[in-house]
Write a protein that binds this ligand. Structure first.
Ligand code: ATP
Ligand code: MG
Length: 431
C-alpha cells in the first residue's frame, strides 16, 4: 500500500479510460464543482468499470463540498440518506450521486450522535463524519473501488494499490479484513457481488475473515439486506453470485429457510430461478424481486404446507397460513415490503389453480395480473420434475392460441373432466 499522502498518479497515456465512455453530465458536474472552488473526482464503481473496459452502471462523484453546499450549487439536487447523507443531482434524465469526502472513524469516535452510530457488534450504522480526500479513500471498502479519476486532466489517482489489484483480478479490502468487515458486514456480500460480476478472486484473507464474521449479518437491518439482495440477484450474474454465496456460507444469512430445504439434487429451484433472472436481464426483459422471493421461498413454503396438513389443517387454510408464516419469518432477515408480499402470495396462490386447470377458471387465470409470473414459476417447477410437463405445455400452448383454439382447449378439458371431476363423484354416490 502506498503512503496515504502520496498517491500513484496514472497519466492518461498509461490507462485505458476514454472520456467518450464517461457520462458528459457527470463530467459537467465535476467541472462545475471545480469552478466553484471545490475538489471533485469520479470515484468508485464507475472508475473501476471504465478501467476494465466495462460500461459503468452509474457515475459517482466525490467532493469536499458539503451536502448543503452541493444542494445550493445544483438545481434538481436532492439530499438523501441517513446512514450516508449524500446528494443526488438529476440532469438530462441521469442521476449522478455526489458524496462528500468522509473520514474513517477513529477510536474516540464511538459516540452516538447525528453523525455516527456504532452498535455493540462494532457495526457502523451512521457514518457522516466528513474528511479529506485521503480520508475518503481509506473508508472505502475494496482497493479496486477506491480509484479516483479527474476528467479534467484525465489522471487516475491510486492511494491503495487498486490498479495492481485490478490487474491481478482480486477483491481486497483496504486495511485489515477483520476490522473492515466487522465495521460493515454487508461488505462480505459486496465482495461476493463484485467477484461474481467481474469474475475476480476474493483475497484469501478476506475469505478467512468472512468465515469468521458471517454471523454478523444477522445484525444488519433487514431493509439494508433487501437493498443488497436486489443488487446481488438483479445484477445479471445472479447464478454465479448465488454459487459463491453458498460457497462462502453467506446464503444462509439471507435465506435461511431456503438453505435448509436445499438438497444435493441439481438443478434446484433457486438456481433455476436465478439463471432465469440472468437470462431475462440479458435480453432486456423486466425482472421483479417478488418473483425471486416467490421462487426462493417455494420449497420452505411447501415444507410448511405439508407440516400443517399433517397436523390436520385443511388445504386452503394450510396454504394461507404457510404463506403468511413464510413471509413473516423471511422478513426477519431480508425485508419484504407489503407490495411485494401481495404479489408473492398471488404467484403462490395461482400454482394449485394452474395445476388443476378447472375449465371454468381458465380465462380468469389467463387474464390474471400475475399469470405470467405464476406461469414462469410453474415452468421452473416442471424443470425440477415437481409437476408433469404436460400441464406446463398446455399452458404454453393456450397462451399462443387464438380465442377459438382456446375455447376448444377448454372444451377438451371439460370432455376429460368426468374422469377426474365432480360428476363421477355424484355418479358413484348415486350408485
Ligand atoms: P456498482 O457497479 O454496483 O454500482 P459500486 O462500486 O459503484 O458498484 P456502490 O454501492 O455504487 O458500488 O458504491 C459506490 C462506492 O462507494 C464503492 O465503489 C465504494 O468505494 C464505496 N462504498 C459503497 N458501499 C460501501 C461500504 N459498505 N463500505 C465502504 N465503501 C463503500
Ligand atoms: Mg455505483
Amino acid at each position: 500500500m502506498n503512503n496515504k499522502h502520496t498517491p500513484q498518479v496514472i497519466s492518461p497515456d498509461s490507462h485505458s479510460i476514454s472520456l467518450s465512455a464517461v457520462s458528459s453530465t457527470a463530467i459537467n458536474i465535476v467541472e462545475e464543482l471545480k469552478s466553484a472552488g471545490y475538489e471533485a473526482h469520479l470515484v468508485g464503481g464507475c472508475v473501476r468499470d471504465l478501467l476494465l473496459g466495462r460500461t459503468p452502471k452509474d457515475f459517482d462523484i466525490a467532493t469536499d463540498a458539503q451536502p448543503e453546499e452541493i444542494k445550493s450549487l445544483f438545481r434538481g439536487c436532492r439530499l438523501i440518506g441517513r446512514r450516508f447523507r449524500l446528494a443526488h443531482v438529476r440532469r438530462n434524465g441521469e442521476t449522478i450521486e455526489v458524496a462528500t469526502f468522509r473520514a474513517a472513524l477513529s477510536d474516540d469516535d464511538d459516540v452516538d450522535d447525528d453523525r455516527i452510530r456504532i452498535t455493540d457488534h462494532g457495526q457502523v450504522l451512521r457514518d457522516n463524519v466528513y474528511g479529506s480526500r485521503e480520508d475518503d479513500v481509506l473508508r472505502r471498502d475494496f482497493t479496486i473501488n477506491a480509484l479516483y479519476f479527474d476528467p479534467h486532466d484525465q489522471s487516475v489517482l491510486d492511494f491503495v494499490g487498486g490498479m495492481i489489484d485490478l490487474e491481478k483480478q482480486v477483491i481486497r479490502t483496504i486495511g485489515d479484513p477483520l476490522e473492515r468487515l466487522r465495521e460493515d458486514p454487508v461488505r462480505m456480500l459486496r465482495a461476493v457481488r463484485f467477484a461474481a460480476k467481474l469474475q475476480f478472486d476474493i483475497d484469501p484473507d478476506v475469505i478467512a475473515a468472512t468465515a469468521e464474521l458471517a454471523p454478523l449479518l444477522h445484525h444488519v437491518p433487514p431493509a439494508r439486506m433487501l437493498d443488497e439482495v436486489i443488487k446481488l440477484f438483479h445484477g445479471g450474474d445472479a447464478l454465479r453470485t448465488y454459487d459463491m454465496l453458498r460457497e462462502y456460507g453467506l446464503f444462509r444469512y439471507l435465506f435461511p429457510f431456503t438453505e435448509q430445504c436445499l438438497d444435493a439434487i441439481m438443478p434446484n429451484l433457486p438456481s433455476l430461478a436465478l439463471a432465469n433472472t440472468d437470462s431475462r436481464i440479458k435480453v432486456g426483459k423486466p425482472v421483479i424481486p417478488a418473483f425471486l422471493f416467490a421462487c426462493l421461498l417455494w420449497d420452505p413454503l411447501q415444507a410448511d404446507v405439508h407440516k400443517l396438513r399433517d397436523g390436520g389443517m385443511d388445504v386452503r387454510r394450510a396454504w394461507s397460513v404457510a404463506a403468511s408464516d413464510a413471509l413473516r419469518d423471511q422478513a426477519q432477515h431480508v425485508a419484504i415490503p407489503r407490495r411485494f408480499m401481495i404479489v408473492i402470495k398471488d404467484i403462490w396462490a395461482l400454482q394449485p389453480q394452474l395445476e388443476q386447470r378447472s375449465p371454468k377458471n381458465i380465462n380468469r387465470l389467463l387474464a390474471h395480473k400475475r399469470f405470467r409470473a405464476a406461469y414462469d414459476l410453474l415452468l421452473l417447477r416442471t424443470e425440477v420434475k415437481e409437476i408433469s410437463p404436460e400441464i406446463a405445455q398446455w399452458w404454453t400452448q393456450i397462451q399462443e392460441a387464438s380465442q377459438q383454439e382456446r375455447d376448444s382447449m377448454i372444451r377438451g378439458l371439460r370432455a376429460s373432466a368426468p374422469k377426474r371431476g365432480r360428476r363421477r363423484k355424484r355418479k358413484s354416490r348415486a350408485a
